[in-house]
Design a protein around this ligand. Structure first.
Ligand code: SF4
Length: 442
């Protein structure tokens, strides 16, 4: 974003106040802080508007594709390293249904992809997208595959380098607003026309040389395609990592607009491709498409993605309160944990293994784990006692007893004093809970 003075120099400097600010400088200062929109000044010239919009645009453009209600959002990243702030838009993972497999297999593959999702730490992680590719199969199967993909209400990628066939397929699944893969040096003009006519985002790629890739992207933009996705053509995992890093670095550090777009990697299913997929999730693929995504591979990949795209400054949390695990009653034990999602779901899963119904008291520690929260003074006898009171724990369980994690045994005395409840020190690791709960219930 330009500074207030840089903006001021581009404003009309009439000081007319129509923007609701007394002077152009005051308006410029608000604009620099992104508190007002440029449109509030009716006198900005088209030239100044173009300059200001260009300089205020994010270093990596936001591109969306897919159904308007639940589109895939890619790009709009501002950081080179996730720990500097956060990464915003998780890598879209998609499975390729190739027309050489025949229409029925393509449909089955797309259905499987859509049905691949898991719940992890309270969040749904899934295969997000399906890609329909024309290779050695019939163009009819490709078109039918595209139509079928559009009924699945997931983001769709259409893959053919034949502009005529792409135009037909794009028309057949227009409501899904697909991502078009791809324009290369060979089909460039015709494919750009398809993207322009449809208004769909376009992958520009096939170039190993970063200069050529930038040239193609710039040419596409000048030809009127604004939503662009870059595909560097790295053959090895090392080269792919290098190219993805060059693109992100050029966009973020140098504000080099021709490379300021999200990226895509199209992979097979070999061991190296799996490694590339993991590398791509970490640095810096916006979309990863693969021939196969079996559960034993995609679950760890999605877990990696979930970790990389979690804001490091905002731990994943659950709401504090008293939770039922199973169907607990007045004789059921009360266990204590914190609201860090990973802790909560691990403890809950270990309790469920015991098949013994339990009241689980979850303290708000701002998403910190037991030891961290205890050391930081966010898990104290006072905070636990207050929650016991507000959640009416003694009315729910008449055992007058609470099991605390083994790592915070030091709070036992004070907690007993504040609540008058018997404090039982549980295991240090939640994996020990089933054994302990069985001994309590016996
Ligand atoms: Fe300046 Fe435009 Fe605001 Fe008038 S409306 S004061 S010209 S910024």
């Amino acid at each position: 974003m330009p500074t207030a003075m840089e903006i001021y120099k581009l404003l009309p400097r009439k000081n007319c106040g129509e923007c609701k600010f007394p002077t152009c400088l005051a308006f410029a200062m608000q604009l620099a802080n992104q508190k007002v929109a440029l449109e509030a000044c009716p006198y900005v010239t088209p030239e100044a508007k173009a300059i200001l919009e260009e300089s205020g645009a994010p270093p990596v453009k936001l591109v969306t594709f897919g159904w308007s209600g639940s589109p895939a959002k890619i790009g709009d990243e501002t950081q080179l390293f996730r720990h500097d702030k956060t990464f915003y838009h998780p890598t879209v993972l998609g499975v390729i249904a190739d027309d050489s497999e025949g229409l029925e297999k393509m449909k089955a593959k797309m259905q499987d992809a859509k049905a691949t999702y898991y719940e992890r730490v309270g969040q749904i992680i899934r295969v997000d997208s399906v890609a329909v590719r024309h290779s050695k199969g019939s163009p009819e199967d490709f078109i039918e595959g595209a139509k079928y993909a559009s009924t699945l209400i997931v983001p769709v990628v259409l893959m053919t380098e034949d502009p005529k066939l792409m135009s037909e397929a794009a028309g057949a699944c227009a409501q899904a607003r697909p991502l078009l893969y791809r324009a290369t040096q060979e089909n460039f003009d015709a494919m750009v026309q398809v993207a322009k006519a449809s208004g769909f985002p376009l992958v520009v790629g096939g170039a190993d040389d970063m200069g050529k890739l930038a040239e193609l992207a710039d040419k596409a933009k000048k030809a009127g395609v604004s939503d662009i996705v870059l595909e560097p053509k790295g053959s090895s995992a090392g080269r792919m990592l290098e190219q993805m890093t060059i693109i992100r670095r050029a966009a973020i550090k140098k504000k080099f607009r021709p490379l300021g777009y999200p990226t895509i990697a199209v992979l097979g299913s070999s061991k190296e491709d799996k490694m590339k997929a993991a590398l791509g999730v970490m640095k810096y693929c916006s979309v990863v498409l693969m021939d196969q995504m079996p559960p034993e591979f995609v679950y760890p990949l999605m877990t990696l993605r979930q970790n990389i795209f979690t804001d490091p400054q905002v731990p994943i949390q659950v709401k504090a309160g008293l939770y039922s695990v199973g169907e607990p009653g007045p004789k059921s034990p009360v266990l204590l944990t914190t609201n860090f999602s990973l802790t909560y779901f691990t403890v809950r899963a270990d309790i469920e293994k015991s098949k013994i119904p339990v009241w689980l008291l979850v303290v708000n520690t701002d998403g910190q784990s037991v030891m961290t929260a205890f050391a930081a003074g966010k898990l104290t006898p006072e905070s636990v006692a207050a929650l016991i009171e507000s959640e009416k724990v003694k009315e729910k369980s008449t055992r007058n007893e609470i099991v605390i994690p083994g790592m915070i045994t030091r709070m036992s005395g004070k907690l007993n004093e504040l609540t008058d409840m018997k404090v039982v020190v549980g295991p240090r690791e939640s994996s020990g809970l089933p054994k302990m709960l069985k001994s309590i219930a016996a």
